[in-house]
Design a protein. Structure first.
Length: 371
C-alpha cells in the first residue's frame, strides 16, 4: 500500500514538474517579443486614431484609414515612436484593422536620410509556439508514452511533407516521392505508436491496399474521362503539373483517414481475440464489419468536410457575387468533391481488407500461442 502511495506521489510530482516547465517555456517565448532577436523591426501599437471610421455598419465599398502610433521594441534608434497610416476594407481580405496592444512585424526602408516603416503583418509566432507547447503537454499528460510517440510521429510526418515539397520543387518526380513518403508515413505513424507487431502489420497492409485502390480509382477515372469535369483553376498559379499535385494531395489527405480506420479495426479484432479465445472466424468477421460500418460513416464525413471547408470563403464570395451554384460546383468544388469521393472509396475498400488480414494474422498467432 505504501509502495503504491509513493508511486502515485512520484507521478504527481513529475506532472507538476512538467507543468512548471511548460509554463516557464511559454513565459520565455512571450518575453522574447521584446528581445532584439528578430531580423525585422518589431513594434507595439500604443495608440490609434480612427476619427474617420464609424463605430458600426462599415461599408464594403469604402476603404477606411487608421493612424497608428507604434513604439519600436527591437531597435535602438532615435525613432523609438513612429506613426503609420493604415488603410483597411470591410472584408479585411488584404489588410487588417489593428487594435491597441497588438505587436507588429515591420519593414524598414532607408532612402538617403529618410527612414520609413511599413507593416508586414501581426506578430503571432509567440502565440503559435505557446499553443504548440500546450498541445505537446496535453498529449504527454493524457497519453503518457503513447502521447509522446504520437507527437513525435506528427512532427516527423510534418517534416516529411515539407521535404517532399522541397524535392518536388527541385524536379524530383512526384511518382517517386509519393510511394516513399507513404511508406515513411505508415512506418512512423503506426510503428512508433503501436510498435512493430502483427497488429501493426495488418493495419499497414490494409492501409496500403486501400490507398492503392483509391489511387487506381483516380487514375482510371482520368483515363476514361480525359479529366472532363475536373477544373484545376485553383492550381493555375503553380508551375507544376496539376494532375501530379492532385495525386499527391489525394495521397496525403486520404492516408490519415485510412490509417485511422485500419488501426481501429486491427486493434478491435486483437482485443476480441484476446478476451474471447474461442471466438469463431465468422463472429470475428461480423463484429469487424459492424465496427467498420460505424467508423466508415463518421470518417467519410470527416474526409469530405475537411476537403470542403477550405473552399467555404471562395464559395461565399461567389454566392454573394451572384454566381450560379452550377458554376461554383464546376470551378471551386470539382477537385474537393473528387478527392472526397475517391478518398471515401479507399476508406470503404480498406475496411474488409483490414478485417480479413487482421483475422488471418492475429487469430493464427493466438492459436499458436494457445498450443
Amino acid at each position: 500500500m505504501k509502495l503504491l502511495s509513493l508511486t502515485s506521489a512520484k507521478k504527481s510530482s513529475l506532472k507538476f514538474t512538467f507543468l512548471a516547465m511548460m509554463l516557464l517555456v511559454i513565459l520565455l517565448v512571450n518575453i522574447a517579443d521584446i528581445l532584439p532577436t528578430y531580423q525585422q523591426p518589431i513594434g507595439k501599437i500604443i495608440a490609434i486614431d480612427e476619427s474617420g471610421v464609424p463605430n458600426s455598419n462599415l461599408s464594403p465599398f469604402i476603404d477606411y484609414k487608421q493612424n497608428l502610433t507604434i513604439k519600436l521594441l527591437t531597435e535602438d534608434s532615435l525613432y523609438n515612436t513612429i506613426y503609420i497610416e493604415n488603410s483597411f476594407s470591410y472584408s479585411q481580405a488584404f489588410s487588417n484593422r489593428y487594435e491597441v496592444g497588438q505587436i507588429l512585424i515591420l519593414r524598414k526602408t532607408t532612402n538617403s536620410a529618410e527612414v520609413t516603416y511599413d507593416i508586414v503583418n501581426i506578430k503571432r509566432d509567440s502565440q503559435m509556439v505557446s499553443l504548440l507547447i500546450i498541445f505537446a503537454f496535453l498529449a504527454v499528460l493524457i497519453g503518457g508514452k503513447q502521447g509522446a510517440k504520437s507527437l513525435a510521429s506528427v512532427l516527423l510526418n510534418f517534416g516529411v511533407v515539407f521535404l517532399v515539397m522541397f524535392l518536388y520543387r527541385n524536379n524530383v518526380s512526384i511518382y517517386l516521392l509519393a510511394p516513399i513518403s507513404v511508406i515513411i508515413f505508415i512506418f512512423t505513424s503506426m510503428t512508433l505508436v503501436t510498435g512493430f507487431n502483427k497488429k501493426t502489420l495488418a493495419a499497414s497492409l490494409g492501409t496500403g491496399i486501400g490507398l492503392l485502390f483509391a489511387i487506381a480509382t483516380a487514375y482510371f477515372t482520368f483515363m476514361f474521362t480525359g479529366s472532363h469535369g475536373v477544373n484545376y483553376q485553383e492550381m493555375d498559379i503553380t508551375i507544376s503539373s496539376p494532375v501530379e499535385l492532385f495525386y499527391f494531395q489525394l495521397v496525403i489527405g486520404t492516408l490519415g483517414a485510412i490509417m485511422d480506420i485500419a488501426v481501429s479495426i486491427a486493434s478491435s479484432i486483437e482485443e476480441m481475440i484476446g478476451t474471447s479465445p474461442d471466438i469463431s472466424r465468422k463472429n470475428l468477421m461480423a463484429s469487424g464489419r459492424k465496427i467498420g460500418n460505424d467508423i466508415m460513416g463518421t470518417m467519410t464525413n470527416t474526409l469530405i468536410l475537411a476537403y470542403l471547408s477550405g473552399s467555404i470563403p471562395v464559395i461565399l464570395l461567389m454566392l454573394k457575387s451572384g454566381i450560379s451554384l452550377d458554376y461554383i460546383m464546376n470551378v471551386s468544388l470539382s477537385l474537393e468533391i473528387l478527392r472526397g469521393v475517391i478518398g471515401s472509396i479507399g476508406i470503404v475498400i480498406s475496411i474488409p481488407i483490414t478485417i480479413v488480414i487482421s483475422i488471418a494474422l492475429l487469430n493464427k498467432t493466438h492459436q499458436k500461442e494457445a498450443l
